[in-house]
Each structure stands twice: as C-alpha cells, then as structure tokens.
Design a protein around this ligand. Structure first.
Ligand code: ADP
Length: 203
C-alpha cells in the first residue's frame, strides 16, 4: 500500500486529466473522485435505490442507470435537494476513495478531485498539488474539448473555489498557463522525483 498520497486539484479545463495521465505513465496509481462518484451510484447500488425513492423512478433510464444530467439540473436550483444528495453521497464517495487508496501499491498515489478542497478531501492527503491557469485559458481549453458554451463553463467556474483561495491550500503548484505540453510534462516529471523521495523518507 502506498502510504504517501498527493491530492491533485484545479478548476475545470486546468489540465487535471492531462497531468493525471502523465503520473499514471510514470507508474503512479490514480484514485479519481469522479470515478468513485459513479461507482457509488452504479445500477443495483443502495444509493441509487435511495435516489430513485427520493426523487422518483424517472431519474433512472431504461437500463437502470442514473440520469446524471437530469439529477444535476434538479439539484442545481434546489438547495434542499442538493444538501440531501450530498449527505447521501459524500460519505459513500469518501469510503470508496479510502478503499481504493488502501489498495494502491505504487510508491505514492495521486487522489484527483475537481472539488478536493471544497469537499474537504484534502484531509485524506499528505500534500496538495494545484494546477494553476487563468480563467480565459480555462474557457478556451474547455471549449476546445467539450461541446459546451462559454456561459456554461463560466457557471461551473463560479461554482468552484476561486483560484487565489485554491492556491492558498497548495503545497505544490503546476503552472499550465501558456505552457507547452512538453513543459507541462517536465513539471510532472520533476514533481514525481520529489514525491518519490518524500514517500521513501517519511518525516
Ligand atoms: P481538466 O481535466 O482539468 O478539466 P484537461 O486535462 O482535460 O483538464 O485539459 C483541458 C484541455 O486542455 C484538454 O483538451 C487538454 O488536452 C488541453 N491541455 C491541457 N494542458 C495543455 C497544454 N499545456 N497545452 C495545450 N493544451 C492543453
């Protein structure tokens, strides 16, 4: 089991997936909060039954899968519904992440979560790594990746922690602002070297 855990976060379009893929290529086990969030509501799960009892069976599709877009739009404008859903899911996601972290076998592991700080998942990690990028680049890169609108991306950015506040939690920062893929990769390689030393020399 890897005992040393790096928590990786950053706003939408900051480069979390790209950076995570580089850590994975370097042999590091990745534990992804978005993946855990899907596992806990998989067809047949207790949480999915609770959701369909609470919100209605029409939140499941014909295959018994959660209609995430429909649920997202329901809780977006209803604070009570959002609070109910978070109270159900957050402990389950945390449990799933802990189970996956316990199984990680690389020298250290990376826990990636868009809302690492907002959801206090940084309490599970030894070090917080933030990817930094300005809002303009977040919008340009997300638009190039997703069929979305800049208004929708701005709404997501507004729902996440402001960048200066996120940076105040950072032990390490990756700059992905106006940086080539090669320069981004080099920053990850340098951090990987540093984390290997830290993981092997616990304080
Ligand atoms: P996140 O997972 O944080 O939302 P991604 O890793 O998906 O962000 O990056 C957003 C988009 O920007 C992707 O299409 C990715 O390929 C691209 N991208 C990330 N870093 C760079 C970079 N340094 N130069 C050019 N494109 C980049």
């Amino acid at each position: 089991m890897s005992k040393f855990i790096v928590g990786l976060t950053g706003g939408i379009g900051s480069g979390k997936t790209t950076v995570t893929n580089i850590f994975a290529e370097l042999g590091i086990d990745i534990i992804d909060a978005d993946v855990a969030a899907r596992i806990v509501v998989a067809p047949g799960s207790p949480a999915l039954s609770a959701i369909s009892e609470h919100f209605g069976a029409d939140y499941l599709d014909a295959q018994g899968q959660l209609n995430r877009a429909k649920l997202r739009s329901r809780v977006f404008s209803a604070a009570d519904d959002k609070a109910w859903l978070n109270a159900l899911l957050h402990p389950l996601i945390r449990q799933e992440l802990l189970a996956q972290l316990a199984k990680a076998s690389s020298v250290y592991s990376v826990l990636v979560a868009p809302l690492l700080l907002e959801n206090k998942l940084h309490k599970l990690v030894d070090r917080v790594l933030v990817i930094n990028i300005d809002q303009e680049s977040q919008i340009v890169r997300t638009l190039a990746r997703d069929p979305s609108s800049s208004a929708e991306i701005k709404r997501i950015i507004a729902s996440q922690m402001p960048s200066e506040q996120r940076l105040s939690f950072a032990d390490d920062v990756i700059n992905n602002q106006g940086v080539s893929m090669a320069k981004l990769r080099q920053q990850v390689i340098d951090l990987d070297q540093k984390y290997r030393v830290m993981a092997n020399n616990p304080v």
